[in-house]
Ligand binder design. Structure first.
Ligand code: NAD
Length: 709
């Protein structure tokens, strides 16, 4: 029997396989997922593990062995390389076709390699993944063929950046085989002994799934859809119940190497691991192409029993979200008795559409009511991804006649209500590492409206809440935006001229709110107006201003009066991202006035050179008692990723990405070189947006002391 070289290029497939969420969950359980990774095992929030891709087309491998005419008693699964084109949906049908692409000869008694490639498409038409299978045919070498390419993979000569321990259970193969690989070697003790083992062994692909979970956990936690490549060599058998660890080396550029090690024997069981992943932006862009969906997500909409809120609730449910329809069921001015009818009616509408929704009748205006609204989501659906603060009432009155109670009622629903509901929601989202919050502002607040001082004050106060909450949520994946709608509802029917009623349907606002609630939306801290199909962004702009008078001498009011045209000018006005940046225009104005020529540099050091030089310029006396890791993300030509760990007065500088830096510094290569050369002031760089800092802002101020560049 010999390998059939004519099998190269001959098509294999199509292989058809239907699967449901249960298959994805059984697979995830088979590779060790549990309560601490509910996303892989809970159908309400399911994310399919990328390595499910090979388990789902496992039959293809058997076809490769048969088609190539390999000696079946000598075949081993040698390597597996998977390229991902998009996230794997939680159910559907898979259509796989491919072919053997190469047969390599390692030499007499050294075996042969049969390499095959297969593309898998989902029943929705999307190409999901490409598998490159390598079969090691121990008994088929020595036929005089090409030896094949040499793999240059080498484990970095340093400790791994992260290590994930795991303990597959003694019964692990019994669970894993439910995903399709029922070969007796993994279940039948007699067969295992006859094959030269003490007992049934782990499936290599089961260990592969453990490694896949480990790299996601450390490199792009909670976002399996970002994986673009996962490659391993199966190097040693492993018995179930033996502790393992996945050792990961980050290489920079969203690439890492890994190995899986048998912790008892020290043997490498999975070798030459390569994982690659895409940026969050790219992942969001790709998901956007597939349509904005909310499957598995849970949304709370306040005031959803009527008008705009009802519309948001229906549209979110249509696109897969489970919805808490909150509404007190009150009159437009919030007076009189409440009624469950409004919320119930919308829940009935959603249920009739085949969606999932529960009603909540609590008022947003009390702390207890608001907490009950969020609890309703968690008790009913087990999670919370989206909050739209929409409940509203009006008590219009010209200011000189405004009664304290009218002021208080409007504040209580719009401003206190937003605080009351958002606080428990935000706490939950912050912990979950994901959330989308929308506040409802209004043109009355943004620009003013006669007779609405209470309402305007509340609606603009929400912008202040938005501005600061955006900064607090950014590190935790919680994005916050505001919509200022205009639509015909019971609140506005009497104000909007009848000829515009049809044009201004609430349905024309909902697409913006859905976008802001979606995973694909990168915006945070922004205000959008929407009505009648017209959408625009509203922003606060800060004028460039001017310096008045001599440095250090207070100008007179008359000086200011003369300079008022320049002070008021909005030419070249900019958006300021946070109060920390407000010094930016001021420093720039002084710089523009300064006649000092910029210092000229006589050398052109590289960013890489600077990082190499860091240990020389390090000031250990400044580092006593410090435990801090600075991650540097330097963009542009010559840039890259480096991190500096300082502990007990010691410095370690490495290329790559640290998994839990204290502070992350983002700068362009040009600015970083200028900063190191003393030509760019850190404060000025920060206030003008040329230096971005994530994480512990205060610690960033140590950099100038710690390194005498
Ligand atoms: P709407 O009256 O049709 O809907 C508001 C809903 O909020 C009602 O069902 C009401 O029962 C509910 N509600 C009131 N107080 C509540 C409370 N304490 N707890 C829970 N629910 C409560 O009004 P709408 O026009 O759909 O307004 C929705 C939001 O949009 C409001 O915040 C409003 O200020 C804002 N807004 C609307 C427009 C517009 O043109 N319609 C313009 C700007 C802003």
């Amino acid at each position: 029997m010999a390998l059939d070289l004519k099998s190269i290029g001959v098509g294999i497939g199509p292989l058809e396989k239907e699967y449901s969420w249960k298959d994805a969950v059984i697979y995830a359980l088979g590779v060790g997922a549990g309560f601490d990774e509910l996303d892989y095992v809970f159908e309400n929030r399911l994310k399919v593990l990328p390595s499910f891709s090979i388990a789902s087309v496992f039959d293809f491998l058997a076809q490769v062995a048969i088609k190539s005419n390999a000696d079946l008693s000598g075949i081993l699964h040698g390597e597996q390389d998977i390229i991902f084109h998009g996230p794997i949906p939680t159910g559907g049908a898979l259509h796989t076709t491919g072919a053997i692409t190469h047969i390599f000869d390692k030499g007499p008694r050294r075996g042969a390699l049969v390499v095959a490639r297969a593309d898998t498409f989902h029943s929705d038409g999307q190409k999901l993944f490409t598998n490159v299978f390598t079969l090691f045919c121990r008994k088929d070498g020595g036929f005089g063929g090409e030896p094949g390419p040499v793999d240059s993979w080498q484990a970095p000569a340093r400790e791994p950046d992260c290590v994930e321990p795991a303990l597959p259970s003694p019964e692990q193969p019994l669970l894993y085989r439910m995903s399709g690989d029922i070969f007796p070697l993994h279940v039948d003790p007699a067969f295992a002994v006859a094959s030269g083992f003490q007992k049934p062994i782990m499936h290599g692909l089961c260990t592969h799934g453990f490694a896949c979970r480990a790299v996601i956990k450390h490199l792009f936690p909670g976002q399996p859809q970002r994986m673009t490549r996962f490659k391993v060599r199966f190097s040693r058998p492993l018995y179930p119940g033996v502790p393992i660890s996945t050792r990961i080396w980050k290489l920079g550029g969203r690439r890492a190497f890994f190995q899986v090690v048998n912790e008892e024997s020290g043997e490498i069981v999975l070798d030459r691991g390569v994982v690659e992943w895409m940026s969050q932006e790219e992942s969001q862009r790709r998901q956007g192409l597939g349509g904005i969906r909310f499957d598995g997500q849970v949304a709370v909409i306040t005031g959803a029993g009527a008008g705009l809120g009802r519309c948001y609730a229906l549209e979110l449910a249509r696109r897969g979200a489970s919805v808490v329809v909150n509404d007190l069921g009150t009159s437009p001015d919030g007076a009189g008795s409440a009624s469950p009818a409004a919320a119930d009616a919308v829940v009935d509408e959603i249920t009739a559409l085949g969606g999932r929704a529960v009603a909540s009748y609590d008022s947003v205006a009390t702390v207890e009511g608001a907490e009950a609204i969020i609890r309703r989501a968690l008790d009913s659906f087990g999670r919370l991804d989206i909050l739209v603060n929409n409940a509203g009432v009006l008590r219009d009155r010209s200011f000189h006649k405004m009664q304290p109670q009218e002021w208080d009622t409007v504040m209580a629903v719009h401003l206190d209500g937003a605080f009351n509901v958002t606080r428990p929601a935000f706490r939950h989202m912050r912990q979950a590492g994901y959330g989308r919050i929308v506040f409802t502002s209004s043109a009355a607040g943004l620009y003013g409206n006669f007779g609405q001082t209470n309402y305007s004050a509340a609606k603009l106060a929400l912008v202040g809440l938005l501005n600061s909450l955006e900064l607090e949520g950014a590190r935790y994946g919680v994005q916050v935006n505001a919509v200022a709608p205009i639509a015909t509802t019971r609140l506005t029917r009497g104000i909007i001229p009848p000829r515009y009623h049809d044009l201004l349907q609430p349905e024309m606002v909902a697409p913006l709110v859905l976008y802001l609630c979606s995973e694909v939306c990168p915006a945070s801290g922004q205000i959008f107006e929407a009505g009648a199909g017209f959408f625009n962004r509203v922003a606060l702009l800060t004028g460039k201003g001017t310096v008045v008078g001599e440095p250090g001498v207070p100008p007179s009011p008359e000086d200011l009066a003369r300079a008022m045209d320049s002070i008021k000018s909005m030419d070249g006005a900019v958006e300021i991202a946070s109060a920390m940046e407000i010094m930016g225009p001021m420093l720039e104005a002084f710089q523009a006035d300064s006649s000092d020529p910029a210092p000229v540099s006589d050398a052109a050091p590289s960013v890489e050179g600077l990082f190499r030089r860091m240990p020389e310029v390090f000031q250990p006396q400044e580092a006593a008692g410090l435990d801090v890791t600075f991650q540097f993300e330097i963009s542009g030509e010559g840039g890259g990723e480096w991190y500096a760990c300082i502990q007990d007065g010691q410095l370690q500088v490495r290329e790559g990405v640290h998994d839990s830096p204290t502070t992350t510094i983002e700068m362009s290569a040009v600015d970083f070189l200028d900063f190191a050369a003393g030509k760019l002031d850190a404060m000025q760089a920060y206030t003008t947006g040329r230096l971005k800092i994530r994480g512990d802002l205060m610690k960033s101020q140590l950099i100038e002391k710690l390194f005498a560049f």
